[in-house]
Ligand binder design. Sequence first.
Ligand code: GAR
Length: 206
Amino acid sequence: MKRVGVLVSGRGSNLQALLDACTGDFPARVACVVSNIAGVYALERATLAGVPALVCSHRGKERSAYDAELRAILEANGVDIVCLAGFMRVLGPGFLAGWPVINVHPALLPAFPGLHGAGQALAYGVTQAGATVHLVDEGTDTGPILGQATVPVLDDDTEDSLAARILPFEHRLFVQALRQVAEGRVEVVGRRARIALRTGEERWMR
Ligand code: GAR
């Protein structure tokens, strides 16, 4: 059973999807939740689920010092895999060397990284938006892609309505990606992630 550290910065709906999935024979459990911002709803979700909810503020800290502090917290909680569930900070090499790190993003990467992925896609005028889960490297929303789902853009969409249509796909992709990483079925070859299939696995997300 793999121990997952989930980093958050906000409401935590993706965290909730992971908490809900991590039961029974799912190969991972959420070991701790760490937010860089105090008082966010994600921390309450963790507490409600009986998972340690911690705050590690980035304010006034150099990148490398912050990375080291986060890393110490995750090590103290015996974490094997890190999930970025709406965590709005870029992590450095000192942190990323420690674990596989999985991120979820509300756009079809490499298009529209950073903040407001759905809003950027809408403003650009795409007809298909979507969600991406990927292994994290040192860039902003970059690294080998584990799964993507496309979502149509409708004529009367706003950023909020499009983001809301994308969100359930984020949740499903994120849970699927965590399962694949926890089961050791992900191999990175160059820029590409190759995922070994399990019998009966749904293939819609690739
Ligand atoms: C999600 O849409 C996630 O994809 C996005 O933040 C939101 C967090 O929502 N992450 C990024 O944009 C990363 N660049 P949540 O707190 O309800 O999971």
